[in-house]
Design a protein around this ligand. Structure first.
Ligand code: NAI
Length: 701
């Protein structure tokens, strides 16, 4: 049963019990209405208390029902709330821990509410591109006032119960308990004190007035503010519309308006993308052949090898999570430099008021340094972030194999090298794994967890749990050149190069893809990361994969020493100390000369073509990555691009986006690109997986 029913004295207690957060799935809804009927039919019952078992009152909709017909199957949440309101006996909600979304809407359908301090209260639907759909937009303004309610609905953020209970005139809570332990007794007492009330004597939120003294002016102001801040997302403005309706319409009309707005949002690409992201994020932590209850190794201390750009950022993640870190370097100067950078980063946060001085000191106290491998014997997890050369990695992993305690996890942050080769430098390949952080490692959310052929399942399970602890989005990748993210970005960059050959300029390409929503176009990105990195990779490729075709423009740029921001010039010019990308005549001339050398007559290229070639290049390579088993599901690829590569969130990642466009259309466009003689025809053959899905009328998601 997903809700328990028992009678205590003359009070019936309905306890939601659908772990982990008492989601209001179909069976829970049925159990609530059954409990209500029983209580109303039982003469021995004078009042009803509704509460939640375990860690929540209710977290709202049941995510397992997302997008299924179960979500709306009767009794749907609206009907349950109507049944609560219609109860002839008073109902008291006893709210604790978490009360969100549908959970809060349910509580507002009860006659009375008692809350424990520390409870998180929210209507977070906007984060899924929706508005609350079971009366939240109509009832919350009635109990908290229009402005507070609108702030909560538009932001979706949680507010603590004691803050809301302290608002003058609030009607959300009838009582704030002194402690969570006192909650149940308080609710029972309130229930007893109102026992016997019935009909009009029972207060209903729907009957409360709802007005803003400034009326239209306030809502105009709210729309200007919200519209300006949410340009790619339709839901926040609809939240304003719904709350405005609450102030202008009769309650039932307002409810109908809320439903109309909610239903329209359900099918917007933005909401589909955000809901996909929500599900994909949770699914990414699940590895098909690693059971969720796999025992994990305990990680109480971490060692980091190399105090460079990555080593420093990686260390900060663990310090932030309260886990001690010991950094090893070859020379004291390198250690000093690394520690100074970590200090500088923390001090900047303190200055901005984002970190308290004592927290900063606590974190630094967890950090120690060494020049000797013999001091690493205690570490539960070692992360290597030394130079990207196999020989250097070999020396490091042989030393780690010598000194690390049995069972320690040995991770490499390599971005291009073969994790299986690195594992083979040790006698314990089962303990070796890739942990590919992104720069700046203390900021970027993405962590690619690279699974070697021998990596043990408990090592993977442990690393996924560690990732959660340090607040990263971890995605598992198999071993291949570039793993998921960089393997795909190479195809995207190659297309960017071909576009220059054929007639586009760097700024046209950047502008088009930035308009699509990428944080930064490929050329601005190259200038930021350093064009020399790609140059080195292409030089290596020239021997390894000589058949791979590239535009020569990037090489010619590097031959001029234009590596990007760090050399003051790249695809764009830069003024000293500034990051603004200024279109460069030198580069335009270089590209024009290149076209002449290659005998290419430039053509006008549309922004649509630019976006399609860049994005579909990601999609086709992503499909190959799925075929090769490097990623286990398309949602994982989307997570990589959303959290590590600046793909627009509201488009849900490349694979989700392709599914929205329709794989049939995507495949047809790829075939058209394959006929372009300047492009790479073999690359544009739609991946077998795409062809199969098209034939079956299916999409990735
Ligand atoms: P870096 O050059 O900034 O730092 C490397 C550090 O390792 C230096 O401080 C060096 O003194 C130290 N080191 C070299 N050999 C060592 C040894 N035998 N023992 C101890 N310390 C040693 O390099 P960065 O950028 O931090 O890269 C490190 C690793 O992270 C590489 O494998 C790289 O491919 C990978 N990576 C780099 C990213 C980036 O954006 N920079 C992103 C993701 C991964």
């Amino acid at each position: 049963m997903t809700a328990e029913y028992k009678v205590m004295g003359d009070v019936a207690v309905i306890t939601l019990s659908n772990p982990p957060v008492n989601g209001l799935g179909f069976s829970t809804r049925v159990a609530i209405t059954e409990g209500l009927s029983k209580a109303n039919a039982d003469d021995a019952v004078a009042a009803i208390v509704i509460t939640g078992a375990g860690k929540a009152f209710s977290g709202g909709a049941d995510i397992k029902e997302f997008g299924t017909t179960k979500a709306t199957q009767e009794p749907n949440l609206l009907s349950v709330i109507l049944a609560l309101e219609a109860s002839a006996k008073p109902i008291v909600a006893a709210i604790h821990s978490v009360c969100m979304g549908g959970g809060l809407e349910l509580a507002m359908g009860c006659h009375y509410r008692v809350v424990a301090p520390g409870t998180s209260i929210a209507l977070p639907e906007v984060k899924l591109g929706l508005i609350p759909g079971a009366g939240g937009t109509q009832r919350l303004p009635r109990v908290l006032g229009v402005e507070t309610a609108l702030n909560m609905i538009v932001s979706g953020e949680a507010v603590k119960s004691e803050m809301l209970a302290a608002l003058p005139g609030q009607k959300l809570f009838d009582k704030l308990s002194a402690s969570p332990e006192a909650l149940f007794d308080d609710a029972m007492q309130l229930a007893k004190s109102v026992a016997g009330k019935t009909g009009d004597a029972l207060p209903l939120v729907r009957n409360l007035p709802c007005k803003h003294p400034l009326g239209d002016a306030y809502f105009q102001f709210a729309k200007n503010m919200v519209g300006g801040m949410s340009k790619n997302y339709p839901a926040p403005l609809k939240c304003v519309d719904a709350v405005e309706a609450a102030t202008k319409m009769k309650f039932d009309q307002g409810m109908a308006e809320e439903r109309r707005l909610f239903t329209a949002l359900m099918f917007t690409p933005e909401s589909l993308a955000l809901r996909h992201l929500f599900v994909a994020e949770r699914a990414a932590s699940k590895i098909p052949d690693v059971a969720e209850d796999t025992p994990k190794r305990e990680i109480k201390s971490v060692a980091v090898i190399g105090a460079g750009t990555m080593g420093g950022g990686i260390s900060m993640n663990f310090l932030n999570a309260g886990i001690p870190v010991k950094i090893l370097e070859m020379k004291q100067e390198a250690l000093d430099r690394g520690i100074a950078t970590i200090r500088k980063n923390y001090e900047a946060q303190v200055k901005k008021g984002k970190l308290k001085q004592d927290k900063y000191e606590q974190r630094m106290a967890l950090l120690s340094t060494t020049l000797s491998y013999d001091e690493l014997g205690d570490a539960d997890l070692v992360i290597e972030a030394v130079f990207e050369e196999l020989g250097v990695k070999e020396a490091v992993f042989k030393e780690l194999d010598r000194v690390a305690k049995p069972g320690a996890i040995l991770a490499s942050n390599t971005s291009t090298l073969d994790v299986d080769k690195i594992a083979a430098f040790t006698q314990r390949p089962q303990d070796v794994v890739g942990m590919h952080f992104f720069s700046p490692a203390n900021v970027m959310k993405l962590l690619e967890v690279v699974r070697g052929k021998d990596t043990a399942k408990d090592v993977l399970a442990t690393v996924m749990a560690v990732a959660k602890k340090i607040k990263k989005t971890a995605v598992v990748s198999g071993v291949c050149d570039g793993f998921i993210g960089n393997r795909m970005i190479e195809q995207y960059s190659r297309q960017a190069g071909f576009l220059l050959d054929e007639g586009a300029t760097p700024q046209q390409v950047d502008k088009a893809i930035e308009k699509f929503g990428f944080a930064m176009g490929p050329f601005r990105m190259g200038d930021l990361a350093g064009n020399d990195i790609g140059w080195a990779i292409r030089k290596r490729r020239a021997t390894e994969r000589a058949d791979m075709k590239y535009s020569r423009t990037a090489d010619k740029l590097c031959e001029l020493g234009r590596f990007g921001q760090k050399t003051g010039a790249g695809w764009y010019d830069y003024q000293a100390g500034k990051r603004d990308a200024i279109p460069s005549q030198v580069v335009l001339d270089l590209i024009e000369q290149h076209r002449k050398d290659e005998g290419i007559a430039p053509r006008k290229i549309s922004d649509d073509e630019i976006v399609q070639r860049l994005v579909y290049a990601l999609v086709n390579e992503g499909a190959h990555i799925l075929e090769d088993g490097i990623a286990s599901k398309s949602g994982d690829i989307d997570m990589v691009y959303l959290t590590g590569y600046g793909f627009p969130i509201w488009r849900g990642g490349p694979m989700h986006y392709a599914s929205q466009v329709g794989l049939f259309n995507v495949a047809e466009t790829m075939k058209r690109f394959a006929r372009n003689p300047r492009d790479d025809a073999s690359f544009w053959q739609p991946a077998a997986l795409i062809q199969r899905l098209v034939a079956e009328g299916k999409q990735f998601s």
